[in-house]
Design a binder for this molecule. Sequence first.
Ligand code: MG
Length: 387
Amino acid sequence: MEFPPYPAPLAPWASDPRHTRGRRIPEPAAPPRNEHQRDRDRIVHSTAFRRLVYKTQVFINHEGDLFRTRLTHSLEVAQLGRSAARALQLNEDLVEAIALAHDLGHTPFGHAGQDALAECMRAHGGFEHNLQSLRVVDELEARYPAFDGLNLTFETREGILKHCSAANAARLLRTEPEGPARRFVDRTQPSLEAQLVNLADALAYNAHDIDDGVRSGLITLAQLDDIAIFARFKQAVLADHPALLAAPGRRLLFETLRRMLSAQMADLIASTQAALRAQAPADAQAVRMAPPLVCFSPALQAEVTVLQRFLFSALYRHPQVVQTTALARQALVELFDAYLADPGAMPADFAQAADTPRAVADYIAGMTDRYALREHHRLTGRRLFAD
Ligand code: MG
């Protein structure tokens, strides 16, 4: 692989910020920043972004200070995404904006929280974290005098709305027929930058969940010997550094993960370059009509799938994680019921909203892990987790 020129010119299929589809509410340009840099800056300064530091990825915030949070996860996704974007001559600013915003709608307590809120909202229009991320940047941030939300460009919003059910897409299209929900009806692809963030997201959590899983003691290095993609690089590290054989610890783990990530990045860049050469989309719009183009090679994709299955059964379904997430789930369900019964227990903006269940979901989704636990204690008088 060669070093690309720096700064690299944008590839013809990249999203050029000068050709953005723009913002829902038109605003004058703000040079020297381009429109996607400006989106990135709005995201970094948002309240929802700061809350990510106290939101769980897999491990609940009080379990230890060294585990990933939604904030450090988002920074890792941005780092991986930007590296690949620069190599592929894609729009690095757009990749960064999407990566930093992609988890803004996550509830406290990770997937347990998301499942709990989805269950609470089943009869009230449902709850999906991707849609909630869009809701945060479109409506819930209250920072500008002239509009709700952050008024981001179409391309950033398109990347944030990674998944969307048919029912939600239909509802979004009623108010915005050509908005980011359109592709879930047309079954087209998002920009290359959005596709890249999706894969960078998976790359990041596959690697850091191994790290956090081993750190927590819930999975072991020995278990990972059965996982080809990990075992291959671990053997290579031991061959280069035989001294690690006597004390296989953190350095062995880190160097293995480092090589694994580098190899996946190299594969992603080469496979995507090959797909782009074969498909040769004329421009960023033609990308949306093409099949997915940001990809791994089939061989690497198969190895990644094996790793993901392992993490699912060994870590995400580990009895200790399941026990903690059951309590977290209970906390959110009880909080939801308490606010629904007494909306006045929420701040005025939420208490006075026309759609009370949606306001309760928005309020709870915005909470950090520790704030949710504090509110749960205040409203129920019980503590679900020992301090
Ligand atoms: Mg993520």
